[in-house]
Each structure stands twice: as C-alpha cells, then as structure tokens.
Design a binder for this molecule. Structure first.
Ligand SMILES: Nc1ncnc2c1ncn2[C@@H]1O[C@H](COP(=O)(O)OP(=O)(O)OP(=O)(O)O)[C@@H](O)[C@H]1O
Ligand SMILES: [Mg+2]
Length: 585
C-alpha cells in the first residue's frame, strides 16, 4: 500500500523501508544493552528464593541455629529488595521508551493520517495509523517486553537445576522445549487471522462512522434499523474472527499453564525419589521447584501476552510501511512570494485513489489582477482542476507554476501567503470561528483576521453571533448554517491575503446579499493584485470576473475573455446549463 504517486522502484522502496525501521528501532538500540543487563541481574537475583530454601532446609534446620536462619533471612531480604528495585527500573525504562517512541512517531503518523484521505483511504483507516503508535506504546508498557528480556536468561535457571541434579535439569529443559514449541504453534495459528481481525475491525468502524455522519438521512427516512443491521453484520464478522484468535490464544495459554503445573509436580516427585535414593538433599527439592517455575515463567508470560505481541508486531510492520511511504521532508528554498502569474501547462490529473485520469492536458495562464470563472456540467472536472491548482492532487503530468515556480517547490509554511482554497464541501475545524479563519495560528493576528473577514464580507455576520469571533462552529461546523459555513470558509481562504484564491462553488449556499458580497470579494482580490479562480454553476459571479473557462469531460473546452467565450458557446448545452440558470439574479 504505497502512497507515492509514481510507483518507486524496488530498491528505493526497500531502502525507504529500512530507514523507516531504523527510525523505529532507534530508541530500543540505545537501551538494548541496559535492558539486557538489568534483566540479567534480575534473573540472577531471582535465584535468591531457591537458594534461601536450600540453605534453610539443609543448613539452618539441620544445625538448628537461629542465628544462621536470621542471617540468611536478612541477606535474602536484601537481595529481594535489589531485585525489586531493578525490576522497577526496568519497567520505568520501558515506559519512558514507549513515551519517547510515541512522542517521536505520533506527529509523523498524524501527518500521514492527514495525507491519507486524498489517496482514497477512509478516515477510519487513516486514524488507525495513529492508533498503531498507541498500540506500540501499550505493548512496551505491557508484561510482554520484560518476559521477552527474561527469555535469554532462562539458561541461568536450567543450569541451576542441572547443578542440583542432571536429571532435574534435563526434565526442566524438556518442559522449556515443549513450551517453546507451543509458542511456535501459537505463532503459526494466529499469524493470518490477526490481520483479518484488523481488517474486519476497520470495515466495521468505517461503517459506524459513516452511519453516524449520515444520522439525519437515516433517521428521516427510517433507515436506522437497516444501518444497524449492516453494522451488526460487520460486527459479527469481526467478532467471529476475534473469537477464533482469542480461542486459540486462550487454549494455548491454558495448555502452557497446565504443563507448567504438571512439570512442577513431576519435579517434586522426581526430586523426592532422588532424595530417597540419597542422591540429593531435601532442600534441593524445593529449590528446583522454585527455580524451574521461574525458568518457564517467561515463556508462559510470552504466551499469555501473545495477542499483544502480535498486535505490536503488526503495528510495527504497518508503521514501517507507512513511514516508508511518507514523503521525505524537504525544505525548499525560500523564494520571493509570487505576484505576477499563474501558469498551467499540459496539466493532467489522475485521482490519487483510483489512478483514473480525470482531467487531461489543460493549459492556460492568468496574470495578477485577473479572475477566471470555471464553468461546466456536473462531473466535468471543475473541482479536479481546483484541487490540482491547490496542490491537493499532484499532477500526473504537466505543471502548475506561480511566477515560474512549481507549486511543489513552495515551502509548507509559506503556502498560507500564497494560496487560499475554499473546497466545494466546506468542512470547518472543530473550534471557534476565529480558529477556523486563522487555522489554529500560534499567534493571533487580529488585523489579518479582521481583514480576511471584511474582504469575505462576513464581519457583520460574525459579530452578530452570540459569541462573535469566539463562537464554536460545532463538529465539522454543524452548528452553523450551510451559508454561514461557506462564508466562514471563504474568510478562511482569504486569511493572509494569498496571491492565488481558489473558490469551488463559493455561492452554492449563498443568498442574494451573500452573492453580492462575493462579487465584492473577487473585485477586492483583483484590485490588490491577486488571482481568483472561481467555479460556478450560477452566472451571478460572472460580473466580477474577466475570464471564463469551460471544463467538460475532463478537458478544457473553452478559455478566453468572458465575452468571447459566452458568445461562442451560447448555442451549446453546457454553457446555458452552467450559467443560464441564474434564477436568483
Ligand atoms: N476523490 C475522487 N476519486 C476518484 N474520482 C473522483 C473523485 N472525485 C471526483 N472524481 C471523479 O472525477 C470526475 C470529475 O469530478 P469533479 O468533482 O471534478 O467534477 P465537477 O466538475 O466539480 O462537478 P460538480 O459540478 O458536480 O462539482 C467525476 O467523474 C468524478 O466521478
Ligand atoms: Mg465540483
């Protein structure tokens, strides 16, 4: 699921993937040795219990010395304290490691989540990428990593058992091997299913999101139950897969626990036999029992945490993929802000989601102070053109240049001064009107906000609202009327007085007063030397523009001065449909 436009060659891809996994492993590499060493200490100290038992049984009890017992106990207590301290340190390191990883990855993942929808991913899928970071952090703070770090120290306990008696060592080893095989079985069985589980979950959540977004329609036309049924079906599919993984995980985990119990009793029995045969001391029985339990505990924990481990591995793989697909961050040279021209050359645009070419071979040029109205039938490609001019959809071929500079060469943080964009479906940010206009700017520039609102002709409308500029617009702007949303969207596009203003059907929800204001807006932008490209279905905006283009069937069907284009094409179907319907004029 590469997100880059032109499929990069394999070498580039695998190199990107390598860099991405390096990025992920960076933190772990630094702490790897520390964690490994700490785990060693913890595991060696974990022998304390076994040795204490042995000493108590074989020494203190035999000699009957209370002093020895007290000394042993004090020593043991001290060692336990150390073990506890090391354990705490290890856990704290892992928590901080998780937080650091999160802090570094979350912004990258979020950037990608913002980028993904234009490539045809659903918002649910996009947000899932951000959640991958949560999954990884959660994993680092779970019981799994300590168990994984304990695993390599298992031989300590095996050797201890072996020293007490080779037979007991061999039996413990046998138990370890069986448990390890169980881990392999768990791995093989769950590998495929867990991916399917995640897919099913995304499908379910996508449906849930779309249903709640369309709640008005569902309620008004009595489709709620059908939506619920659809959700239930997807949920059932997810549950079924989930049950299957949980089942196999739980079964394997139970088997492992049972095996451990059997093994422990077997060791006790065997130990007793060896003691009866005079081959071993009584204290050793208990020591072996404790040590063998400890030897097998990490495997048991790994199996118990298997789902978490799988989830983390999957999250890791997906993050590597995602990071590898993320565009490299470049810092273009700061060029002077454009002020002369917009030049579109042989622009061909394909949908980044489907690859289908939606607009081909469009060329035209606009000079500062000019305004272009884009007309044409529905589905003709007007919004596609605007998206390409805005740089949201990268050109497949050809270029969009401002003063000769390719749009992609303009630094992100300067785009605000270069480009203003009002999309056809105005979605406002969750926040106040002022936050929408200045797009969460760190420093409030009241002057620029006021300027944008006045040029957009919305200042009076905003101050008339209960909280004025601080009025909350509601989720996706739903607390505003469609016309209000559109006008706030217009002010948002004009903030910072950008050189190129792209308006996709800005008058769709406007009343007569709003349209008049819009014409004023276009004239003001032209007067200050800006360029306006405005898509319109209704002819009202035409009074403020000097150029007209007709986009039809993904082609530029006409381009020229308002008068010439309208005169030439008045007999055709497309233009009257586009501009003749000025019923509100
Ligand atoms: N996100 C998308 N992914 C794939 N195809 C798309 C996407 N958006 C639009 N299209 C397709 O591109 C073509 C042009 O759509 P576009 O939105 O540019 O039309 P339009 O001229 O703006 O129409 P309208 O006047 O209805 O807004 C349509 O055939 C449409 O199906
Ligand atoms: Mg459109």
């Amino acid at each position: 699921m590469s997100m880059s436009r032109a499929a990069p060659d394999r070498l580039t891809q695998s190199r990107a993937r390598m860099q991405a996994s390096d990025l992920l492993r960076l933190d772990l590499r630094q702490f790897w040795l520390v964690l490994f060493g700490l785990s060693g200490l913890i595991n060696i100290l974990a022998l304390t219990g076994s040795i204490y038992m042995m000493q108590v049984y074989d020494r203190a009890l035999v000699s009957g010395s209370v002093e020895t017992l007290a000394f042993l106990s004090a020593l043991t207590l001290g060692l336990y304290l150390f073990q506890g301290a090391f354990d705490t340190i290890r856990a704290q390191i892992l928590v901080r490691l998780g937080a650091r990883l999160d802090r570094r990855l979350a912004p990258i993942a979020h950037r990608i989540a913002i980028d993904m929808p234009r490539y045809g991913y659903t918002t649910t899928e996009a947000l899932e990428r951000s959640r991958m970071v949560d999954t990884l952090r959660g994993f680092l703070t779970s019981g799994a990593p300590p168990a994984l770090f304990d695993l390599p120290w298992m031989p300590v306990f095996l050797v201890f058992c072996y020293v007490l008696h080779p037979v007991l060592g061999a039996v413990t080893l046998g138990g370890a091997v069986v448990l390890a095989l169980l881990t392999v079985v768990a791995e093989v069985r769950s590998r495929k299913v867990s991916q399917a589980v995640q897919q099913a979950l995304i499908l379910r959540n996508t449906a849930a999101e779309s249903h709640s977004r369309n709640s008005d329609v569902l309620i008004a036309m009595g489709a709620t139950e059908r939506a619920v049924d659809r959700f239930v079906k997807l949920n059932d599919e997810h549950l079924e897969l989930q049950t299957r993984t949980s089942d196999s995980g739980a079964t394997i985990s139970s088997i492992s626990r049972m095996l451990r119990l059997i093994l422990q009793s077997a060791l006790l029995g065997l130990g007793a036999m060896l003691v009866i045969g005079g081959e071993m001391s009584a204290g050793s029985i208990i020591a072996v029992s404790v040590a063998s339990a400890r030897a097998l505990a990490p495997i048991d924990q790994v199996l118990g945490n298997w789902r978490g481990i799988l989830a983390a591995r999957q999250a890791y793989a997906q993050l590597v993929e995602t990071l590898a697909a993320a565009p490299a961050k470049t810092r273009p040279v700061d060029l002077p802000l454009p002020k002369d021209s917009l030049k579109v050359e042989n622009l061909t645009v394909a949908s980044p989601a489907t690859g289908r070419v939606l607009l081909s071979d469009v060329s035209f040029e606009l000079k500062a102070g000019q305004a272009l109205a884009v007309l044409g039938p529905s589905g003709g490609g007007k919004s596609t053109l605007i998206r390409a001019l805005a740089g949201v959809w990268p050109p497949l071929r050809g270029s969009v240049r401002l003063d000769g500079v390719n749009l992609s060469q303009i630094a992100q943080d300067r785009l605000a001064q270069v480009l203003g964009y009002l999309p056809q479906d105005v979605n406002l940010f969750d926040g106040t009107i002022v936050e929408n206009i200045d797009r969460f700017a760190e420093q409030r520039d009241s002057q620029a906000i006021y300027a944008a609102a006045t040029v957009a002709g919305v200042h009076a409308m905003i101050v008339a609202m209960p909280d004025g500029y601080d009025t909350q617009v509601g989720t996706r702007g739903t607390a505003m009327s469609a016309g209000q949303r559109q006008r706030i969207g217009l002010a948002r596009a004009l903030y910072g007085a950008p050189f190129l203003v792209l308006l996709d059907e800005p008058n769709a929800s406007l009343d007569a007063a709003g349209e008049k204001a819009l014409n004023e807006t276009i004239r003001t932008i032209r007067d200050r030397g800006g360029i306006v490209v405005v898509v319109a279905h209704r002819s009202n905006v035409l009074s403020a523009v000097d150029l007209v283009a007709v986009v039809q069937n993904g082609k530029l069907a006409a381009f020229g001065t308002k008068e010439s284009v309208l005169a030439n094409r008045s007999g055709e179907v497309a233009v009257p449909a586009a501009i003749g319907g000025g019923a509100r004029a």
